[in-house]
Design a protein around this ligand. Structure first.
Ligand SMILES: Cc1cc2nc3c(=O)[nH]c(=O)nc-3n(C[C@H](O)[C@H](O)[C@H](O)COP(=O)(O)OP(=O)(O)OC[C@H]3O[C@@H](n4cnc5c(N)ncnc54)[C@H](O)[C@@H]3O)c2cc1C
Length: 547
């Protein structure tokens, strides 16, 4: 066990904030000119000035919980509670950075193993206390907001002590892992057995296995290794109705696949305590490179060709013109200028960057896979940039959240949203979301930067991931983003899914009914009623309260 994670009030991805990835003078100049950023800095309010409301956890409940997990593992101090107060969306960060109102749990409980999680839930059901399962706390959709629903108190159930690799079956290639294990720790433990999970979301450094399973996460190498639910062979949950184990075999015809009810249940149907995961041999070789297409549609057509020919690279990531421009500007002015000249000379005026990355067991396998991918791109006009930009992308693949800290310090409204749809509707969906974001975030004649990329491609369609940079409305930063998000959500509804991998949480709930239908909502509510009849599990997330 690696010991407890000490969460403190989070105003960014790292405690050092912007210092971890400072913006260059060139990037700052470019931002000022593009989005009309003021010259001022906008540091976070010191955590010492923020106070938690006093805990509403009844003493009888606290004592009961302590008898299960031990006195030191029921915490009601302000620092502990503020540290689990919400996730890492822009709204969450701005609320905490600016000292605006946000929900704080009444206590934090830290069980040691699946049996204790089960007992904690039974205890909370007895005392009618709401429970928010808390993994890495990286939710960007309000999934770990400390909402209490109709309950008098709410607890953050922090799973960080469930951090064991329970077993590795090298014959079947299955690893059983406790839910609170963080992704980097799991990768290093699997490496000792010669395996990898291959799940590398941008939140890799902080997120947990239970969180991935609870949200149907998708990593950067999803084209090769699959989405998280593709990796889940079995799952063990604690529920107020009792323990639930699913996944006796890799495939089964024993009725609907109930694993898929547990995976993606976002803490509303149970607390995931263990996951049996499909693992693969760690790659001996890997190679990343970059290509450029002239405009979005040519690039999207090329990625569709790769997906439909089933020769996608493990990492296949296509940036649109705006995202490509920002990548160039953030990486430095002179280099960007030289590259533009080089591309213009080759007829590329609206560059869209495609990063491809392959993992393989041998040099031969790598060569073969790469050749198949590149062969499918013949006929799709592009310019190859070689390995350097591909490898640069790989080495900075987890630095986005640090860069966000730096942007937050400079008064930028910086947020992302994602969706997916079929290839036939992808162009329309992208335009509709772009238009909604530009319309709602244009202020004083300055339009925001709206970037988009495809990083998860399928034979029938792809995801779209948008990143927005706008000058922050200092008077109403939360309202500014909420208006933009509402407009984007309305543009998505009916054209695609409201979420491809961030999950529903509280923030996407207004659109869920339109996506799954009234019958779908009734089915989800019935499942909840069966496992959580008094509604203590994560109120206000995924499943709307009964009207
Ligand atoms: C900078 C940044 C980048 C991101 N990049 C990606 C990305 O590339 N791909 C991606 O898929 N997501 C991404 N996310 C979103 C987020 O990291 C994922 O949703 C992740 O799966 C959450 O894991 P977590 O352990 O932090 O879960 P948490 O944030 O702690 O919880 C997420 C939800 O799952 C529930 N939950 C957590 N653990 C359990 C459990 N054991 N049992 C039951 N319910 C549980 C919570 O109650 C909550 O509803 C990103 C987030 C940030 C901030």
């Amino acid at each position: 066990m690696s010991g407890l994670i000490e969460h403190t009030l989070r105003g960014g991805w790292t405690p050092s904030g912007a210092a971890a990835a400072p913006l260059s003078a060139h990037a700052l100049r470019w931002l000022r000119q593009r989005i009309g950023l003021a010259e001022t800095t906008t540091p976070a309010v010191p955590a010492s000035l923020l106070d938690a409301p006093s805990s509403a956890l009844p003493e009888a409940a606290r004592a009961d919980l302590a008898s299960v997990v031990g006195e030191q593992h029921v915490r009601t101090g302000a620092a502990e509670r503020l540290g689990r107060a919400g996730g890492l969306s822009y709204q969450d960060l701005v609320r905490r950075r600016d000292g605006l109102a946000f929900a704080v749990p009444d206590g934090v409980v830290l069980p040691a193993d699946p049996a204790q999680v089960q007992q904690v839930l039974e205890c909370c059901a007895r005392h009618d206390i709401a429970v928010v399962p808390f993994g890495g706390g990286t939710s960007v959709v309000g999934g770990v907001a400390a909402l209490r629903g109709d309950k008098p108190a709410v607890l953050a159930l922090d799973l960080c002590r469930l951090d064991r690799l329970v077993s590795v079956d090298p014959v079947s290639r299955i690893a059983v892992v406790q839910a609170g294990m963080r992704a980097p720790e799991l990768e290093s433990l699997l490496a000792a057995h010669g395996f990898t999970l291959g799940h590398f979301p941008q939140s890799y450094e902080r997120a947990t296995i239970g969180g991935f399973a609870a949200t149907r996460s998708a990593g950067q190498a999803s084209a090769g290794y699959g989405r998280f639910e593709d990796m889940v062979q079995g799952v063990r949950l604690a529920t107020p109705a009792g323990e639930w184990r699913l996944g006796a075999a890799p495939a089964s015809a024993a009725g609907p696949d109930l694993r898929q009810l547990a995976v993606g249940s976002e803490g509303s149907l149970g607390v995931i305590t263990e996951v049996a995961l499909r693992v693969r041999p760690a790659p001996e070789r890997s190679r990343y490179e970059a290509l450029v297409f002239d405009d979005w549609q040519s690039g999207a057509d090329a990625v569709r060709a790769l997906a439909q020919s089933r020769v996608l690279a493990d990492v296949t990531r296509l940036s649109d013109v705006d995202e490509t421009e920002v990548q160039l500007e953030m990486s430095g002015g002179a280099k960007a200028g030289a590259l533009r000249t080089f591309l213009r000379a080759r007829g590329i005026r609206r560059p869209c960057l495609l990063v491809l990355g392959w993992d393989a067991a041998s040099r031969e396998e790598l060569k073969q896979r790469r050749e198949l991918t590149l062969a499918a791109l013949r006929g799709h006009r592009h310019v190859r940039l070689g390995r350097a930009p591909g490898e640069a992308w790989r080495s900075h693949r987890f630095s986005g959240p640090r860069q966000r800290d730096a942007l937050l310090d400079r008064g930028v409204c910086v947020e992302t949203l994602e969706t997916a749809t079929n290839w036939a509707g992808l162009g329309e969906l992208r335009s509709a979301v772009r238009t909604a974001l530009v319309r709602t975030l244009t202020s004083r004649g300055r339009a925001p930067v709206v970037m988009c990329h495809v990083s998860h491609a399928y034979e029938t369609g792809a995801s779209l991931y948008f990143t927005v940079l706008a000058a922050r409305d200092a008077d109403d930063p939360v309202g500014q983003w909420q208006r933009a998000k509402r407009a984007a959500g309305d543009a998505i509804a009916g054209r695609g899914t409201i979420t491809h991998h961030h999950a529903v949480g509280a923030d996407h709930l207004p659109w869920l009914g339109e996506e799954i239908g009234a019958v779908g909502e009734v089915v989800l509510a019935a499942a909840k009623n069966a496992v959580d009849p008094t509604g203590i599990l994560n109120p206000g997330k995924l499943i709307a309260p009964a009207r």
